[in-house]
Design a protein around this ligand. Structure first.
Ligand SMILES: [Zn+2]
Length: 459
């Protein structure tokens, strides 16, 4: 039975393939790339988002500014409709104090590069305690509580250098950041520090979201730079004496606030009721400028549609560009967008997300049924001249993910750029405009525009 179904899928895809005008489509895609590389707007739009607005964590005044920026930008292009979608978002602030030291057995203090994890409580003045080190989450979970009680847990787990897909290495380490504070508090620890999630050895600490659990004491949680973590780990291993960690943070969670997703729409000329969503997230962490994460995704989405319109292309489906709010610490933008779509009984056929940085494009993941994956793979020849070779079943993205709960057969596509340098910049002070390359960014925008064009014609 399964074989018959697969055969039907293959024949459906090949039928639509035989109806394609490969030369015409290829010319269109060539023109999209030419426009993007020669006259593209993505880089300048990203410069403006990074420099005129800057870091923009949910609930902040700069996030509010980013919403105005996004609305104004979309209105400056030829969208038929630009509007805001109201949502509620969490509001966490880093505060004004954030410092950490460790004390070596010779009584010397060594300052570390440290960032509170997003959502962490403060230390309520200075907090100090003996460090107890664990190599990974499992080791902490199996520890004798008597040995952890009253101490500051240090989880030294590094991202696995051997993994070629850096997102996999990140995913494997994510639990120490997401759940380290709960695991440590359950054993009686008073605080937790983790090695930053990065494949680079450098002095930047990387923040990111963390969670508490009802009924478990909320303890402060911070990340220290990979360089500091490596040094600290060596000292702990080489010394028999005890080491203290001292830190002070006055970050706190404030009440939820009103915010918005920003939406620009081009009405479909043949199927106005069928919607293709293209998006990234407008919020960022509160350090750096949110350039790769996810300013790149914002300008990719907007520019992809602009590139199509620049070719006098009239989309058959309704194309909806969405600047999602609050991906980083709650995903209220993505969840609300899908819920409102279902309530309005909208018809969503596909969605594309760019949230893996502005690096050289490699291809797309497809989170969909077998037919959707085969359709994506049938586009491979169009992308061959641009060195895109990755067309696989995979992950769409955090913001478009909730659409799948409402639309079982929707095809979700995740833009896949080269991932080797992404975690050099992810959630740290170095995620700035200067670390994005114009050409790589523009190749990405053209790739997304080309996928939209192909989906619009062959979905
Ligand atoms: Zn992101």
């Amino acid at each position: 039975m399964k074989q018959i179904i697969i055969l039907i899928f293959i024949s459906a895809v090949t039928t639509s393939f035989s109806q394609r005008d490969f030369a015409k489509d290829s010319t269109m895609i060539r023109n999209i790339f030419n426009e993007s590389l020669e006259k593209g707007h993505a880089y300048e739009d990203l410069r403006s988002l990074c420099k005129d607005v800057g870091a923009r964590i949910s609930g902040s005044a700069s996030a509010e500014m980013a919403i105005h920026w996004g609305k104004n930008k979309l209105e400056s292009y030829n969208f038929d409709k630009v509007y805001l979608q109201e949502i509620m978002v969490p509001h966490w602030v880093r505060g004004t104090k954030e410092e950490g030291w460790y004390k070596t057995p010779d009584d010397k203090l060594h300052k570390v590069n440290m960032l509170a994890l997003g959502g962490s409580v403060g230390t309520n003045g200075t907090m100090s305690g003996e460090i107890i080190m664990f190599q990974n989450r499992e080791e902490l979970q199996e520890a004798d509580p008597a040995k952890v009680k009253g101490k500051i847990v240090f989880i030294a787990q590094p991202m696995d250098q051997k993994m070629i897909n850096s997102f996999r290495a990140y995913g494997a380490c994510y639990p120490i950041r997401g759940h380290g504070a709960v695991d440590a508090a359950k054993k009686g620890a008073i605080g937790v520090i983790i090695r930053s999630l990065s494949l680079s050895e450098h002095d930047h600490a990387h923040t990111g979201t963390m969670k508490y659990e009802d009924g478990v004491k909320k303890i402060p949680a911070a990340a220290i730079s990979t360089n500091d973590a490596t040094t600290l780990e060596k000292i702990i291993k080489n010394t028999n004496g005890t080491l203290d960690f001292i830190f002070e943070m006055n970050c706190e969670k404030l009440p939820d606030v009103k915010s918005y997703n920003v939406i620009g729409e081009v009405t479909g000329s043949v199927h106005p009721d069928r919607i293709i969503t293209i998006g990234g997230h407008l919020d960022s962490w509160d350090v750096g400028e949110g350039a790769h994460d996810d300013g790149a995704g914002i300008v990719h989405s907007m520019e992809a549609v602009r590139l199509l319109l620049s070719q006098k292309y009239k989309p058959k489906h309704t194309l909806r560009v969405v600047f999602f709010m609050n991906e980083e610490n709650g995903n209220m933008g993505g969840k609300s967008y899908a819920k409102i779509a279902a309530e309005k009984k909208e018809y969503h056929v596909a969605a594309i997300e760019s949230d893996r940085g502005g690096f050289s494009p490699r291809g797309f993941d497809c989170d969909g049924n077998e037919e959707n994956v085969l359709l994506l793979q049938s586009f491979a020849d169009y992308f061959e001249p641009y060195f895109l070779h990755h067309f696989k079943k995979g992950y769409g993205g955090v913001d478009i993910g909730p659409l799948k709960d409402e639309y079982e057969n929707i095809a979700l596509f995740g833009f896949v750029p080269d991932s080797q340098r992404y975690f050099d910049f992810h959630h740290n002070h170095n995620d700035v405009f200067e670390n994005v390359n114009r050409r790589e960014l523009h190749l990405g925008a053209a790739s997304i525009a080309s996928l939209i064009y192909l989906l619009d014609n062959y979905l």
